[in-house]
Write a protein that binds this ligand. Structure first.
Ligand code: MLT
Length: 369
């Protein structure tokens, strides 16, 4: 399949993967290792949207804007109650809710630069509110409003549970957000760019991107990893389960990557975090299962784990419902989508690759008798 042959690449200044040399991932030239260890997610948002790290004043301003815009119109929250809420996947509900948000934004179709930036802030601010509200409403609980004095990562966990999270949980969640923020021209980002390159609006671009992220060959993979770990059940079962899959040439979720050659640099940060979190929970069997699977798949198939593999056990340790793993990917990746959307508008050209036609040659139409 040569679906992208002849495709004109887009210009992007956000993240880059140097797979030819050493599989380094950078955001605006900053190594992901440095950012994962030291940066807050809010700093990363600013970096991706402005092409530079913020000053203390700029960071505060962004945080205040995000706090101010976090509330979601009641109509959109009420909409969740009209869904078959315990049957739909949260990604489908969030995709629909983001589309609805556009209906309540008076600037939705205003295509000026400042208005587009304001919409970016609104969407980034509202996504955690949407995801956590959905998670609570389906359990019959009231949504919780964010706290002004908590950062982005802490607020997400607070809105989910109603309890102020421990420092180690905030560290893990912030790291996961930083690591998922942007990733070159991945499928959902490409989708967002194709959509807005028709000069469609920001809400349409993000709705389309959420649809692309939902699939198990993209963001949906972290939930599938958790399904696999749950199915395996114990460290003792890893050997037989994985070998059976490998012998049957079946895919092991969370391994390999289209772009990286040696390995996904994001995985090691999540592996470390996953290990650290065993102290918080006192439960280590998912972490131990994960490392055992990694040993087998890496040594026997030469496939290293990708970002989805250890994010699963990290989120599980934080007590998060398994079907929220992919929505959390969206809460982070929306920062990258928005950076690309703003960049696309800056110097827009329609993205319209050609299809490689492999159907029949010319035929003569004969009407049905
Ligand atoms: C991502 O972070 O988007 C995934 O690793 C998929 C990709 O980059 O193609």
């Amino acid at each position: 399949m040569t679906a992208t042959r002849g495709l004109e690449g887009v210009v992007a200044t956000t993240s880059s993967i140097s797979s030819i040399i050493d599989d380094t991932l950078t955001y605006v030239g900053y190594n992901i290792d440095d950012l994962a260890e030291n940066a807050s997610f809010e700093e990363v948002i600013y970096l991706l949207w402005h092409g530079q790290l913020p000053t203390a004043g700029q960071l505060n301003e962004l945080k205040e804007q995000l706090a101010k815009d976090a509330a979601v119109p009641q109509e959109v929250l009420n909409q969740f109650k009209t869904f078959p809420i315990n049957k739909v996947h949260p990604m489908a509900a969030i995709r629909t809710a983001v589309s609805s948000l556009g209906l309540f934004d008076e600037e939705a179709d205003v295509m000026e630069k400042d208005a587009n930036y304001r919409k970016a802030v609104r969407l980034q601010a509202k996504l955690p509110t949407l995801v956590t509200a959905f998670a609570r409403i389906r359990k019959g609980l009231e949504p919780i409003a964010p706290k002004r004095d908590l950062g982005f990562a802490a607020n997400f966990l607070y809105m989910l549970t109603g309890e102020e999270p421990k420092d180690i949980a905030v560290e893990a969640f912030n790291k996961a957000l930083v690591l998922h923020a942007d990733h070159e021209l991945n499928a959902s980002t490409f989708t967002a760019r194709v959509c807005v390159a028709t000069l469609s609006d920001v809400y349409s671009g993000v709705t389309a991107a959420i649809g692309a992220l939902k699939g198990p060959l993209h963001g949906g993979a972290n939930e599938q990893v958790m399904k696999m770990l749950t199915e395996i059940g114990s460290v003792e079962n890893v050997d037989s389960y994985i070998h059976e899959k490998l012998n049957n040439k079946e895919k092991i979720m969370g391994f390999g990557h289209r772009v990286y050659r040696k390995g996904d640099p994001r995985a090691k940060h999540l592996r470390e975090m996953s290990e650290k979190l065993t102290k918080l929970t006192g439960e280590s069997h998912f972490y131990e299962m994960s490392t055992k699977i990694e040993n087998i798949v890496t040594s026997e198939k030469g496939l290293p784990p990708n970002v989805d593999f250890y994010s699963a056990s990290v989120y599980h340790s934080l007590g998060i419902d398994h079907d929220l793993f992919t929505p959390i990917f969206a809460v982070s990746r929306v920062s990258g989508w928005l950076a690309h959307i703003l960049e696309q508008y800056e110097n827009n050209r329609l993205i319209r690759p050609r299809a490689d036609y492999t159907g029949p040659g010319m035929q003569t139409y004969v009407p049905v008798e």
